[in-house]
Ligand binder design. Structure first.
Ligand SMILES: Nc1ncnc2c1ncn2[C@@H]1O[C@H](COP(=O)(O)OP(=O)(O)OP(=O)(O)O)[C@@H](O)[C@H]1O
Length: 962
C-alpha cells in the first residue's frame, strides 16, 4: 500500500535539496525572485477567494464533474485560458485579457445573413429563384451562386433531377454528383440509421466534409415524402459559435430552398426568440444554435417535438456531467446525430457520454461501462500492466469496437486519400530554448513560495493542493510563452518594466522561432495560421506583427460571432494576408482556413485533440498546397510534459478507434517532474526527444551546437562534402542492414526475439511507491499524469530492455551478412535564400527501408538535407555501420506530385536548417511518427482468459441497461 507521508517527505527533501543547490550557484536574479514572490502573493489572494472556491466545490461533487461550469465566462483571469475546458469558450462575451491594447487592422468584413427575419428570407428565396431561372434561360449574370445554379451553368437541364437511394431517399442530383464516393457511403449510412430509428456518430477525420454529408442527407429527407413528418421535420443543429454562420452559408449554397435561422443575438431575427422557434418549427426549417444557446433556451426548445437534432463538434458533450450534456440528452427524438472529428480525446468515459446522447443504453449504465470496459482497458494500457491486464484490455477493446461500429462511421484521410487527393502534410515538433530572462524567471518561480507550498507538505497555506498546482502550472506556461505575460501580473510593484521592451519578441524563445519562420515563409510565398491558447499571447503576437509590418487578421473571443465567417473568407480569398492569428478555442474548431499552408501551434493544450483540431484547419478538402505544421514547445519545461501526455492520450483513443492492439510507450510523470526545468541530456536531447529519439530530425546536430557557440553559420563546402561522403557510406550500410532485417523477418519473424522472450516475462522491476495525489479520474485536468512514478520507471526499464533485446537479436543475425557499398559524393550548397534543388531521385525502396530504422544512434554532424543528397547517390549498400535519425527522409517517401513535393520538402528542410542554425530550436521530432508508434506484441498465453473476461463485460453492460 502507498505510504503517502513517506512519499511527500521524499518530495520535500528533494525540493529542499534542489532549492539549496540552486541557491548556491544559480543565476536566478533578485528581480525574478522578487517578481515570483509578489506574484505568488497576488495569486494566493486572488485565486484563493475565487478559483479554489470553484474547484473545491467541484471536487466535493459526488459525480465526476471535471470542468468549470459554463457560467464563469465573465472571468477575466487569463490563467483559465491555459486550462482544458469543455465550455463554449468562444462566445464574444469572454473578456479579453487586459494587456495593453494593440490596434487591430480594421477590416471591411460583411456579415452573412441567416433566414431568421421572414422578409429577408423571402427576398433570398425570390432572388435564388430568379437566378436559377436566369441560369436555365442562359441569362445568368454571375449574381447569386448556389449548387443547383452551378449545376445548370455546367450544362445540366434539370436542377430538380433526383438520385434515389434504396428504400426511397431522394437526393437532388446536383448535390449527389458533387459528393465524393466515401461521402455517398456516409449519406447512405445516415439513411439506414434513419430507417431503423437510430442515432449515430459521424466521426470522419477533420476536413473530410461531414457538413456536406449531413446537408445532403437532410436535403434528401426534405424531398422524400415519408414518415411522420412527411419529409424533413423541424430540426436543430447545435454548433460552436464560430461555425454557426459557416453552416448558414453551406446550407444556402447546397440547399437554398431550406429555411435556416440562427437563434443567437447576432441572428437577423428581431424580437422574441419564442416567435423565431415557432416560425422555424412550422416552416420545418433548420434552427442553428450554439451550445450556450441550448442552455439558455432549453425550456422553449424541449417543449416542442423536433425531427432531427445534430450536434456539430459533438465532443463538446464528452463530459456527461456538464449542464449542456444533460440538456441535449433531453430532446425526445430517436434521430440524433453527433458529428466530430475527435470522438475520443481524454478517456473512455467520453465515448460513453457521446453514445449516451445518440444511442442511449448501448454502452450500458455509466457505472457498468466504467467498471467493465473503461477501467480494464485503461489499466491494460499502462506500461507496467501485467500480461493478463494487457490481454484483457485488448479483448475488451475489441468487443467495444464491435459494439460501437454499426453506429459510428469514421474514415481517415489516409483511407480516402485516393478519392480526395489531398496534398501532403508534414508535422514537426520544435523544441525551443528559453531565453536567459525566461530561464531566470522560470527558476525564480520554481523556487518561489507557490511551488514551494506545493512541494512542501508542512506548509500552512491552506488552499487545496489542486488549486495551487493549477495556478503554478499556468504561471509556468506564461513564462514559456513570453516573460511579459508573467511579469505583467507584478507590474504594479515591479517598476522596472520597460514599455519600449514590452512584448519584444527577442525576449521569448518561441517568438524568436516565430520570427525566423515568418521571415522565411514570406520569402517562400507561404501563408500561416498561428494558434495560441491565450488571448494575452495573441496580443503580443499581434503587436509583433504590427511592428514587423506583416499583414494579418486576428480572431479571438472578442470578434463578433457574426463577423467570424466573413473574416475567414477574407483571409482565404486575399493572399495579401500573411498571417491569421487565432485562439485555439475560437479559430481552432470547425472552420476552413485553407488559404494558409503553414500552421504554428504556439503552445500545447493538455488535450491533444485541441491542437489536432487547430492544425487541421488548413489540411483539408480544398487545400491545394502541401501543408507544414510546427508545434512549438519550450525545451525542458512544463510544455514538454504536456506534449508527453498528449502522446499518452493518442494511444488511448487509437486503441478503441483504430487498433485495439495499440500499446503505450509513455504513461506518467511525477509532480516533482512537472516543477522542474530539465537540462539537455548528454546527447544534447530534451526529455521528449530522447524518449522518441528514433523520430528525431537531425539537422547537423553537433555542428549546429558548435556553430551557435561561434555565432556563425558555416556551410563550408569541403566539410559538407566530407560529411556527405561519410553519411552516404553509412546510409548504404544501413540500407543493407534494413534489407537483411526484412529478409530475416520474412523467413521467421522475430525468431531470435521469441527465443529470448522468456526473459521478457520477468523484466527488471523497480519498486516505487504508487501514489495518487490528485485523482485524475474526476478532474480531467492535467493530473492523470501524477498517478504513479512506478509507471514511468518501469516504462523506461522495460522499454530499454525490450529495445536492447531486439537490437541484440538483430545484431547477431547481421554478423553473417556481407554487403557492398558504392558511394558517390558531391552535392549542392545550401543557399542562404533558396533551398537546393534535388536532381537525382531516391529509389522508393531505399527510402522506405531507411524509414524502417527505429533503433539507430546519434550520428555526428551531417544535415538532414545532406542525408538526403547522400542517400540519393547510394546504389549498392554495405552492412557494417549503423546510421541514425533518418526519419526526416520519410517525407520524400511517396511518389505523388514529385516536383512540388521535392520543392516543399526542401522548403521545410531549409527552414529547419535555418532554425537550428539561427533561432532557438534545440531539436525537432516528427510528430506523426511519435504518435504512430505502436508495439504489436500479442500475449497469446492468456488470451482465452481475456476473451472470457471481455464476454463477461459485454454481458454486464447489457444487463445493466435492462
Ligand atoms: N464534395 C465536396 N465538394 C466540394 N467541397 C467539399 C466537398 N466535401 C467537402 N468539401 C469542402 O471541404 C471543406 C471541409 O468540409 P467540412 O467543413 O464539412 O469538414 P468537416 O469534416 O466538417 O471538418 P471539421 O471536423 O474540421 O469540422 C469545406 O470547405 C467543404 O466545402
Amino acid at each position: 500500500m502507498v505510504d503517502i507521508n513517506k512519499y511527500l517527505e521524499s518530495q520535500l527533501a528533494l525540493a529542499k535539496n534542489r532549492c539549496e543547490t540552486k541557491g548556491k550557484n544559480d543565476s536566478v536574479s533578485e528581480k525574478s525572485k522578487a517578481a515570483a514572490d509578489i506574484i505568488s502573493k497576488k495569486q494566493s489572494k486572488l485565486k484563493h477567494g475565487k478559483q479554489s472556491k470553484e474547484i473545491s466545490k467541484e471536487s466535493s461533487e459526488p459525480t465526476t464533474s471535471r470542468t468549470r461550469t459554463t457560467t464563469s465566462s465573465t472571468d477575466k483571469d487569463s490563467d483559465f485560458e491555459y486550462l482544458p475546458s469543455e465550455e463554449e469558450g468562444d462566445e464574444e462575451h469572454l473578456i479579453s485579457v487586459s494587456l495593453p491594447s494593440t490596434s487591430r487592422s480594421k477590416q471591411n468584413i460583411k456579415k452573412i445573413l441567416d433566414d431568421g427575419d421572414t422578409t429577408a428570407y423571402n427576398e433570398r428565396i425570390e432572388l435564388w429563384k430568379k437566378n436559377l431561372a436566369d441560369a436555365l434561360a442562359s441569362n445568368h449574370d454571375g449574381g447569386m451562386m448556389t449548387a443547383d445554379i452551378q449545376f445548370v451553368l455546367e450544362g445540366n437541364k434539370d436542377p430538380e433531377e433526383i438520385h434515389e437511394l434504396q428504400n426511397g431517399l431522394k437526393i437532388p442530383n446536383y448535390i449527389w454528383k458533387q459528393l465524393y464516393k466515401f461521402q455517398k457511403v456516409g449519406v447512405k449510412w445516415l439513411w439506414e440509421l434513419h430507417q431503423v430509428e437510430s442515432g449515430g456518430l459521424l466521426g470522419d477525420e477533420m476536413g473530410l466534409g461531414k457538413t456536406i454529408q449531413i446537408i445532403a442527407f437532410l436535403a434528401g429527407l426534405s424531398k422524400t415524402d415519408v414518415g411522420a413528418w412527411a419529409g424533413l421535420g423541424p430540426s436543430i443543429i447545435v454548433a460552436p459559435a464560430t461555425v454557426i454562420y459557416q453552416w448558414v452559408s453551406h446550407f444556402h449554397y447546397w440547399c437554398p430552398h431550406l429555411r435556416v435561422a440562427v437563434l443567437h443575438h447576432t441572428g437577423t431575427h428581431a424580437g422574441n426568440h419564442n416567435q423565431l422557434i415557432r416560425d422555424l418549427h412550422s416552416a420545418h426549417g433548420i434552427l442553428l444554435i450554439t451550445y450556450a444557446g441550448i442552455v439558455k433556451y432549453t425550456k422553449d426548445l424541449t417543449a416542442r417535438k423536433w425531427h432531427y437534432i445534430v450536434l456539430d463538434e459533438g465532443h463538446k458533450i464528452r463530459n456527461p456531467d456538464t449542464q449542456v450534456s444533460k440538456l441535449v440528452k433531453k430532446f425526445q427524438t430517436p434521430h440524433k446525430i453527433l458529428i466530430t472529428g475527435s470522438p475520443m480525446q481524454n478517456s473512455l468515459q467520453e465515448l460513453w457520454s457521446l453514445f449516451d446522447f445518440m444511442r442511449p443504453g448501448l454502452l450500458g449504465t455509466y457505472a457498468a461501462f466504467m467498471d467493465h470496459f473503461a477501467v480494464p482497458i485503461t489499466q491494460g494500457g499502462y506500461a507496467n500492466a501485467t500480461e493478463y491486464q494487457e490481454a484483457t484490455a485488448l479483448e475488451i477493446a475489441k468487443a467495444l469496437k464491435l459494439i460501437i461500429t454499426p453506429y459510428m462511421l469514421r474514415r481517415t484521410k489516409a483511407e480516402v486519400q485516393d478519392h480526395i487527393k489531398l496534398p501532403e502534410k508534414n508535422e514537426q515538433v520544435l523544441f525551443c530554448a528559453l531565453t536567459q530572462e525566461q530561464k531566470d524567471l522560470y527558476m525564480g518561480y520554481l523556487t518561489g513560495t507557490t511551488v514551494r507550498s506545493i512541494l512542501d507538505k508542512e506548509n500552512k497555506f491552506g488552499n487545496p493542493l489542486r488549486a495551487r498546482i493549477l495556478v503554478a502550472l499556468c504561471t509556468l506556461r506564461k513564462i514559456c510563452n513570453h516573460p511579459d505575460l508573467y511579469l505583467y501580473e507584478a507590474q504594479e510593484d515591479c517598476e522596472n518594466i520597460d514599455e519600449e521592451q514590452f512584448g519584444n519578441y527577442k525576449r521569448s524563445g518561441k517568438m524568436l522561432v516565430v520570427n525566423s519562420l515568418l521571415r522565411i515563409w514570406q520569402k517562400q510565398g507561404h501563408r500561416a495560421l498561428i494558434f495560441s491558447q491565450s488571448r494575452g499571447m495573441l496580443c503580443l503576437l499581434e503587436q509583433y506583427l504590427q511592428v514587423q509590418g506583416y499583414k494579418y487578421l486576428k480572431m479571438d473571443g472578442t470578434v463578433s460571432v457574426g463577423q467570424r465567417q466573413s473574416m475567414i473568407k477574407t483571409f482565404n480569398e486575399n493572399s495579401e494576408y500573411l498571417v491569421f492569428l487565432a485562439t485555439t478555442r475560437v479559430g481552432g474548431l470547425g472552420v476552413n482556413l485553407t488559404g494558409a499552408d503553414r500552421v504554428i501551434v504556439y503552445d500545447p493544450d493538455w488535450n491533444p485533440a485541441t491542437d489536432d483540431q487547430a492544425k487541421e484547419r488548413a489540411w483539408r478538402i480544398g487545400q491545394q498546397r502541401n501543408v507544414t505544421v510546427y508545434r512549438l514547445l519550450s525545451a525542458g519545461t512544463i510544455e514538454e510534459k504536456i506534449y508527453q501526455r498528449q502522446i499518452f492520450k493518442h494511444f488511448l483513443s487509437n486503441k478503441i478507434l483504430v487498433d485495439p492492439n495499440q500499446k503505450n510507450v509513455l504513461t506518467t510523470s511525477t509532480l516533482q517532474g512537472l516543477f522542474t526545468l530539465e537540462e539537455l541530456n548528454c546527447d544534447g536531447d530534451t526529455e521528449t526527444a530522447s524518449l522518441f529519439k528514433h523520430t528525431k530530425i537531425n539537422i547537423d546536430d553537433t555542428k549546429s551546437k558548435k556553430k551557435s557557440e561561434d555565432k556563425e553559420i558555416s556551410y563550408s563546402k569541403k566539410k559538407k562534402i566530407e560529411a556527405m561522403k561519410r553519411m552516404a557510406k553509412e546510409i548504404s550500410k544501413k540500407i543493407s542492414k534494413a534489407k537483411n532485417e526484412k529478409l530475416e523477418e520474412e523467413r521467421d519473424p522475430r525468431e531470435e526475439y521469441k527465443k529470448k522472450r522468456e526473459l521478457l516475462l520477468n523484466p527488471p522491476k523497480v519498486e516505487v511507491p504508487e501514489i495518487n495525489l490528485v485523482d485524475d479520474q474526476v478532474t480531467n485536468i492535467p493530473f492523470e499524469n501524477i498517478l504513479s512514478e512506478l509507471d514511468i520507471v518501469n516504462l523506461h526499464a522495460k522499454k530499454d530492455y525490450e529495445e536492447n533485446l531486439i537490437k541484440n537479436a538483430l545484431k547477431s543475425q547481421e554478423n553473417n551478412k556481407e554487403e557492398k557499398s558504392e558511394v558517390s559524393d558531391g552535392g549542392n550548397d545550401v543557399d542562404e535564400q533558396k533551398p537546393p534543388e534535388i536532381e537525382e531521385k531516391v529509389s522508393q525502396e531505399q527510402v522506405k527501408e531507411q524509414t524502417l530504422d527505429t533503433s539507430s544512434k546519434l550520428h555526428d554532424g551531417v544535415t538532414d538535407i545532406e542525408v538526403k543528397k547522400s542517400l540519393k547517390r547510394s546504389h549498392s549498400p554495405s552492412p557494417e555501420v549503423e546510421v541514425e535519425n533518418l526519419v526526416a527522409i520519410k517525407k520524400v517517401k511517396k511518389k505523388k506530385h514529385k516536383r512540388d513535393r521535392e520543392k516543399e520538402t526542401n522548403d521545410d528542410d531549409y527552414v529547419l536548417s535555418k532554425l537550428f542554425a539561427k533561432a532557438n530550436v534545440k531539436s525537432a521530432l516528427q510528430h506523426d511518427v511519435v504518435v504512430g508508434l505502436a508495439e504489436k506484441e500479442k500475449r497469446h498465453r492468456i488470451k482465452q482468459e481475456a476473451v472470457k473476461k471481455a464476454k463477461d463485460a459485454v454481458r454486464a453492460i447489457r444487463f445493466s441497461s435492462k
